[in-house]
Design a protein around this ligand. Structure first.
Ligand code: DHE
Length: 503
């Protein structure tokens, strides 16, 4: 007769269950994902996911890529990049483990300090050995830099003839407007992976580069052209660079007065104040950093009533307008008094960063598209009242005009009418024309020539174009093929802070 030892069975099954649970535990998954990462991803995406030939792989860097799209990228590779297909090398389960790993924030915020920044510096050319005059025949003040996201390039465009002067490679995924030196000779680019590049327009060469962060928002250049400031999500820092050498001068780990650490939403130059303004994402503060007559870059903390997203400044930089994240209102903060002076009642999540100002019936107004609703809010800047909400065919992203133009242009970036561009008469606040330059393709982001006579519009598509319009007759005059051209930036309008363009 067989005697069954129940105690033994219970013990072994418990052991088995334990082993299975340990093998399948999240800890073990992370360990095997780390191993998979090391074996298959690290050579391109860097040790500890910091990025290399491929982008950094942290949730912040991946926030614009949905997980199911990321699975497809790992399985099938990415066209026109070095990213290979892994569907034959890795099982579905392994790909899922990798996805979970890269979309999980690291336990410790990755370090990228002064030493790392200095070590990343690359000098491509000695500036002192290059000619000080443009090596091409064009008005240096009426040039455009067009960022082409499609293949990570930029085009230097003659703003009189609308012909490309040169096209060059940029770092991957540039974001925010490139910023010019006050004389318009140099342009500075920021990539989402933290790379800052200094490009000499006169000589058509990238002079130097430095990695100022792991996940960067944007950069701003001081009015004297001596300093650039970079704002980062990862790590939580701002970096001040010497624009001559692109070497870091100062790194500030960002936290509020109680020591709570914060991501930096964006950084701005405030020309009449000789200061930089820093927008903070996770704390109720904004900073003003003076660069006037000193290199100490002292920080003035301005306490805000809410977390502020997206900033706009009045033309003399006395007031800052931010969108309150909780209430979706606009908060007007006087920079001298360092406190809130008004609330603007706005629904629909205005995209203040795209706001522009003009004179309307003897008063100054500012207008901004809305990211969540199809309307343009027009606000009287003397009393901060919304005087009109212009209905559009969908939520918009970018708005533009020129001080010499009677029209303001606003896109319909989101939704079924993304191929439309509305043109608003600034004196009646009415839409007078809607263009559809390429049916089915997003049309977005316009910029005027120096004299305000022509408008350049992006067909935001890999098989895209820059379309040039006569700013008065609104007739198309030229189409220049480009690969997903995003922003375009006119040297004169940007360096002179024209009221119709972003600063
Ligand atoms: Fe931008 C500028 C924030 C998504 C294209 N964007 C800016 C600025 C800020 C900002 C604060 C002003 C900085 C500057 O120009 O120096 N953008 C944000 C976001 O928070 C948001 C919604 C989410 C994110 O992931 O960052 C966002 N932005 C986008 C896009 O998806 C766009 C359309 C495509 C892309 O390039 O990523 C985009 N943003 C732009 C462009 C500018 C910009 C082209 C410069 C506009 C200008 O004319 O000055």
């Amino acid at each position: 007769m067989t005697v069954v030892n129940f105690k033994f069975i219970t013990f072994t099954s418990a052991l088995l269950a334990y082993s299975v649970s340990v093998l399948a535990s999240p800890v073990n998954d992370t360990l095997s994902a780390k191993k998979l990462y090391k074996e298959h991803c690290q050579s391109c995406h860097g040790v500890d996911r910091l990025g290399g030939m491929g982008p950094a792989l942290f949730p912040e860097n991946l926030s614009r890529l949905r997980k199911n799209k990321a699975i497809k990228v790992i399985s099938n590779g990415r066209a026109a990049t070095q990213m290979p297909a892994f569907s034959k090398t890795l099982s579905k389960d392994e790909i899922t483990k990798l996805i979970d790993y890269i979309y999980t924030p690291p336990k410790i915020v990755p370090k990228w300090d002064l030493a790392d920044i200095k070590a990343s510096h690359i000098q491509h050319f000695q500036q002192s050995k290059l000619p000080n005059t443009p090596q091409f025949d064009a008005d240096p003040m009426n040039l455009f830099i067009v960022v082409e996201l499609g293949d990570h390039s930029a085009t230097l465009l003659n703003g009189d003839t609308f012909t490309p002067i040169t096209r060059f490679k940029t770092r991957r995924a540039l974001h925010g407007g490139p910023k010019y030196s006050p004389d318009g000779r140099f342009v500075y680019f920021a990539s989402r992976d933290g790379w800052i590049s200094k490009y000499d327009i006169y000589n058509m060469k990238t002079i130097s580069e430095v990695r100022a962060g792991i996940n960067t928002r944007n950069l701003a250049v001081s009015s004297d052209g001596k300093y650039a400031i970079v704002g980062n999500y990862l790590p939580h820092s701002i970096v001040i660079l010497d624009t001559n050498t692109l070497q870091p001068i100062k790194v500030v780990n960002v936290s509020d007065k109680n020591g709570i650490s914060s991501r930096v939403s964006a950084v701005y130059n405030a020309p009449p104040r000789n200061s930089f303004i820093v927008a903070l994402k996770d704390v109720k503060e904004a900073w003003e950093i003076s660069y006037k007559n000193n290199t100490y870059f002292s920080i003035k903390r301005i306490t805000t009533q809410d977390y502020l997203d997206d900033f706009f400044f009045d033309p003399d930089y006395k007031n800052l307008i931010g969108t309150s994240r909780e209430k979706h209102n606009g908060e007007v903060i006087n920079l001298d008094a360092g406190k809130k002076i008004a609330t603007i009642k706005m629904d629909g999540m205005p995209h203040l960063g795209s706001g522009i100002t003009w004179d309307y019936k003897g008063r100054q107004v500012f207008a901004s598209p809305n990211i969540k609703e199809g309307l343009v809010s027009v606000i009287d800047m003397t009393n901060w009242q919304v005087i009109k909400e212009i209905k559009t065919d969908g939520p918009g992203f970018f708005m533009r005009s020129h001080s010499k133009s009677k029209y303001a242009w606003v896109d319909v970036f989101f939704g079924p009418h993304k191929d439309e561009m509305h043109i608003i008469d600034k004196s009646t606040l009415k839409i007078v024309k809607t263009l559809i330059p390429a049916p089915g393709k997003t049309s977005a982001h316009v910029e005027f020539t120096k004299d305000g006579k022509y408008v350049l519009l992006s067909i935001w598509d890999n098989d895209g174009a820059i379309v040039v319009y006569d700013a008065n007759t609104l007739k198309e005059i030229k189409r220049i093929p480009m690969k997903k051209p995003s922003g375009k930036y006119n040297v004169y309008n940007k360096t002179h802070y024209d009221r119709g363009t972003s600063h």
